[in-house]
Design a protein around this ligand. Structure first.
Ligand code: GLN
Length: 243
C-alpha cells in the first residue's frame, strides 16, 4: 500500500511550520508500513494533480497569496478533476481562502480564487485581526474530539456552509466567530496553524484514511502511542479553559 501526497507551493505557502503537517502524515503512515511518496509543486511546475491521494497547501501572507494565485487558477481544471476522483485535501489559512470565491486583501486588492465553494474572505481592519491560540471541537467521519492550533489572519471568511469545527476559545472564520474552517467529505480547510497535525493526531489519521480511501477503500489504521501528542494538546486545551 502506498500514499501519494502533493505539497503545493511548499516554498511560498508555509507559515508557522505548516511543513510539519507533511512530516506528520509521512511518519504516521510509515509507522503503519505504508510507503509515502511526498512530492512538491511550485509555480510553473508540471504535476498531474489527480495522480495524488492527498493535496496539501499551507498558509501564506497576502504577499505570497498574490504571488501564487494566478498559477493556482491555471490549475483549476486539474484540481477539479482531483476532487471529482475523491482526492483528500488539507488546506491551511491562505490555502483555505483561495478555494473560496475570492480574497480581498489588507490593501483592498481582490485576489480571484478557485470558487469551488461559496465562502469568500475579506480582510478586517487592523484592530480585528484574529491572532492567538485556538481550541475547537470537531466531528470528523463520525468521531467528535477537541483540537488545538494557532491562528493569525486578517481575513474574515463568510458564508461557510459546512464548518470544520465549533470554536471553544479563539476566533475561527471571523473575529470572535462561533465556527472554524470548512469541511466536506474530502476537503478539510482550516485557519489552524501550529502546525495543525503534530498536536492533533486524530486529524492526521482521519486525513490518512481519507487519502487511502481514494484507491483502497475504507482502511483501518492500527493505533499508535500518542501519549506525548495528546499531552501537548491537553496542555493547550487546559490553558485555553477548553479541557
Ligand atoms: N494573508 C491571509 C490573512 O491574513 C492569510 C494568512 C495566513 O495564511 N496565516 O488572512
Amino acid at each position: 500500500m502506498n500514499l501519494k501526497i502533493l505539497w503545493m507551493y511548499h516554498d511560498l505557502m508555509d507559515l508557522y511550520g505548516d511543513k510539519g503537517n507533511a512530516e506528520v502524515l509521512k511518519r504516521r503512515a510509515a509507522k503503519r508500513g505504508i510507503d509515502v511518496i511526498l512530492d512538491t509543486c511550485t509555480i510553473g511546475e508540471e504535476k498531474n494533480i489527480a495522480d495524488y491521494d492527498l493535496f496539501f497547501m499551507g498558509g501564506g501572507a497576502d504577499r505570497e497569496q498574490n504571488l501564487i494565485y494566478k498559477d493556482l487558477l491555471s490549475r483549476k481544471d486539474a484540481i477539479r478533476e482531483a476532487m471529482d476522483q475523491k482526492t483528500a485535501f488539507l488546506l491551511i489559512c491562505g490555502g483555505y481562502q483561495l478555494f473560496g470565491k475570492y480574497y480581498k486583501d489588507q490593501d483592498g486588492q481582490m485576489i480571484e480564487s478557485l470558487g469551488f465553494f461559496d465562502y469568500y474572505t475579506e480582510a478586517s481592519d487592523r484592530d480585528h485581526r484574529c491572532i492567538g491560540n485556538i481550541a475547537v471541537e470537531t466531528t470528523i467521519d463520525g468521531e467528535t474530539f477537541r483540537a488545538v492550533g494557532f491562528e493569525n489572519h486578517g481575513g474574515q471568511t463568510k458564508d461557510v456552509s459546512t464548518p470544520f469545527a465549533k470554536v471553544l476559545n479563539g476566533h475561527g472564520n471571523m473575529y470572535q466567530s462561533p465556527y472554524e474552517g470548512f469541511m466536506n467529505d474530502t476537503v478539510l480547510a482550516t485557519y489552524m496553524h501550529g502546525p495543525l497535525l503534530p498536536k492533533n493526531p486524530k486529524i492526521a489519521d482521519a486525513l490518512i484514511r481519507r487519502a487511502l480511501k481514494k484507491r483502497y477503500g475504507e482502511v483501518t489504521l492500527e493505533p499508535l502511542d500518542d501519549t506525548l501528542e495528546n499531552r501537548a494538546r491537553e496542555v493547550m486545551l487546559e490553558r485555553l479553559h477548553a479541557l
